[in-house]
Design a protein around this ligand. Structure first.
Ligand SMILES: C[S@@+](CC[C@H](N)C(=O)[O-])C[C@H]1O[C@@H](n2cnc3c(N)ncnc32)[C@H](O)[C@@H]1O
Length: 228
């Protein structure tokens, strides 16, 4: 059976960068959470004023987007059939590998706690199974590790196509990769898009990453005959 790899890239998921640790908004939030700023996820809902001078700020501080996207991907028949591997590549070149049959918390607060633990410990283990593992790795190194036969990026500004056509192309290869941006605004950086064999748009509107993930996985399932 074909294996699909979903890469959620340049994801807006990171702990608060050192340059912001002394900002009043960050100190206040850290005091409420009774945690050190270095152990807290950067989140625009709390740290907007602190983030104003941060480099590449429009792409950062939205861990909720990754929560939605992972819940979506990891509840599909494709993932539950072990035919989908899921990776999150973060804006700071960390890669999170999601293990098999992982049930992520539906509550955002529990997800946030899990991610903070992952940034601290590097892995989350349960009953001797690695559920989540985080490594220092850039996109190019991840691609070298996966060795895909085809890499398709998805973006509103890509070549006009449909989910059905993209899924057909992905399923025509053994070990293909589909790349979705894990950021709220902006586009893939050159370091990422230079690896794509194709960049396709599946709708004229700019959609949320989780909507794109749901649609492409469903079409892929139909192509390989595990959904109708
Ligand atoms: C919130 S969007 C990022 C914003 C970006 N301006 C865009 O529209 O692509 C998050 C991700 O969803 C995917 N996406 C959003 N709209 C899309 C579309 N119309 N076609 C294909 N992919 C799309 C892309 O992978 C994008 O990086």
């Amino acid at each position: 059976m074909c294996m699909l790899n979903l890469l959620i890239v340049e994801a807006a998921l990171e702990t608060i960068p050192k340059s912001l640790w002394n900002h009043p908004a960050v100190k206040k939030h850290a005091a409420i959470k009774k945690k050190d700023p270095s152990e807290i996820l950067l989140d625009r809902s709390y740290h907007h004023s602190a983030m104003l001078k941060l480099k590449n700020s429009i792409k950062r501080g939205r861990p909720d987007l990754i929560h939605f996207s992972l819940l979506e991907a990891c509840s599909t028949p494709l993932y539950l059939s072990n035919l989908l591997k899921v990776y999150v590549h973060t804006i700071n070149d960390m890669v999170i590998r999601i293990g098999e049959m992982v049930r992520l918390p539906k509550s955002y607060f529990r997800f946030e706690g899990l991610m903070e633990q992952l940034f601290k410990q590097g892995k989350i283990v349960s009953n001797n199974n690695i559920l989540l593992e985080m490594r220092n790795m850039n996109f190019s190194e991840l691609i070298t590790q996966i060795k895909p036969s085809l890499i398709i990026g998805l973006s509103r500004i890509g070549e006009e196509s449909t989910c059905q056509k993209v899924a057909k192309e992905l399923s025509s290869r053994e070990n293909s990769v589909v790349v979705v941006g894990g950021f709220p605004k902006g586009h893939f950086s050159k370091d990422i898009s230079s690896h794509f064999d194709h960049l396709y748009s599946i709708h004229k509107l700019s959609l949320e990453a989780h909507t794109v993930i749901a649609r492409i996985i469903y079409e892929y399932e139909k192509q390989i005959g595990i959904s109708h």
